[in-house]
Design a protein around this ligand. Structure first.
Ligand code: DOR
Ligand code: ZN
Length: 348
């Protein structure tokens, strides 16, 4: 097979940042994806409907001429979030989901939730109105080993939450463990799991063996090889509960390459070539469309895109870094040359 055409994909978890960084990274996503769920962890975070409307306007203003891209906005859940504000933002079509960051779990999560009891009212309202909760699934308890934080979150937080609120639609985002895969698989269509590009490619040795590689450091951190294999099996299975959320998270090289470097991999430019490569290795190219273009819309109850994206066999021509007004950002290096490149996108 020399060509591969799929419905235009969506990215169900994306960091676009703001200002010069937004203007530099957005065109890479808008070139391949028709829609993306935009993470609200700006400084200060996107907490109210008014914040989300203003951020959405800044994203639309940063789009290249002629780009066909719709940002799907989220609100950052805090212990002060007003259920009426959330419901109004949902009712008007402004927001697609609310994001739960356990306070302190990751980049700009200081305003997140420490005590879930304090957001019970918001979560009940979301369950009533059918508004999904996107979850960063890691406990922040410093006594829990960082490689165990996702599994501990599932047992200590996610499962009790879902039992309390069985009607709340939940996305366990960027799953990195076989426990995450198994938990999603064991539940019904009210629970989805997103998987990133990079967690299909790297395990923890890539970060730490033979030298420390800050560009592979992200959160949740990549785990053992057996977990990467579980993620590859889930992503390529066609199971509708698993879909693409790249978690493409740009940081400038100076911010990554310092004694305490930032978490995040910038995968927007090469996600589709890398995914096609991975799915071909798994003899599952025919299921790439389900993962990247169909399962996410089905979870969120929206139609898949009408347009198409075409890839052809051959190495993509991508820069190792992109320039932003804030500094260089390194593009995720999968450690191999993808066998596929994107050649065309057509409108529906
Ligand atoms: O690696 C990550 N980077 N994980 C997150 O949860 C946040 C993100 C960021 O915003 O940089
Ligand atoms: Zn993220």
């Amino acid at each position: 097979m020399e060509h591969l055409t799929l419905r235009t994909p969506d990215d169900w978890h994306l960091h676009l940042r703001d200002g010069a960084m937004l203007r530099a990274v957005l065109p890479w996503t808008a070139a391949h994806f028709a829609r993306a769920i935009i993470m609200p962890n700006l400084v200060p975070p996107v907490v109210t409907g008014a914040d989300a409307a203003a951020y959405r306007a800044r994203i639309l203003a940063a789009l290249p001429d002629g780009a066909e891209f719709t940002p799907l906005m989220t609100l950052y859940l805090t212990e002060d979030t007003d259920p009426d504000d959330v419901a109004a933002a949902h009712e008007s079509g402004l927001i697609t989901a609310v994001k739960l960051y356990p306070a302190g779990a990751t980049t700009n999560s200081a305003s997140g939730v420490s005590d879930l009891a304090k957001v019970q009212g918001v979560l009940e309202r979301m369950a009533e109105i059918g508004l999904p909760l996107c979850v960063h699934g890691e406990v922040t308890d410093p006594s829990v080993d960082i490689f165990d934080r996702e599994a501990a979150f599932i047992d200590r937080v996610l499962d009790p939450l879902r039992r309390r609120l069985p009607d709340l639609r939940v996305v366990l985002e960027h799953i990195t463990t076989s426990q995450g895969v198994d938990y999603v698989k064991a539940h019904d269509a009210g629970l989805g799991g997103t998987i990133t590009t990079h967690h299909l490619v790297i395990n923890r040795n890539h970060i730490l063996a033979g030298g420390i590689r800050p560009h592979y450091y992200c959160l949740p951190v990549a785990k053992r090889e057996e977990h990467r294999l579980a993620l590859r099996a889930a992503a390529t299975s066609g199971d509708a509960r698993f879909f693409l959320g790249t978690d493409s998270a740009p940081h400038t090289d100076p911010a990554k390459l310092q004694p305490c470097g930032c978490a995040g991999c910038f995968t927007a430019p090469n996600t589709m070539p890398v995914l096609a490569h991975v799915f071909e290795e798994e003899i599952a190219l025919d299921r790439l469309e389900a993962f990247a273009s169909l399962n996410g819309p089905a979870f969120y109850g929206v139609a898949p895109n009408d347009g198409t994206l075409t890839l052809e066999r051959g190495a993509p021509d991508l820069p190792p870094q992109i320039d932003t007004g804030d500094g260089a950002v390194t593009v995720f290096d999968p450690g191999f040359t993808p066998r596929w490149r994107v050649t065309a996108r057509s409108a529906g």
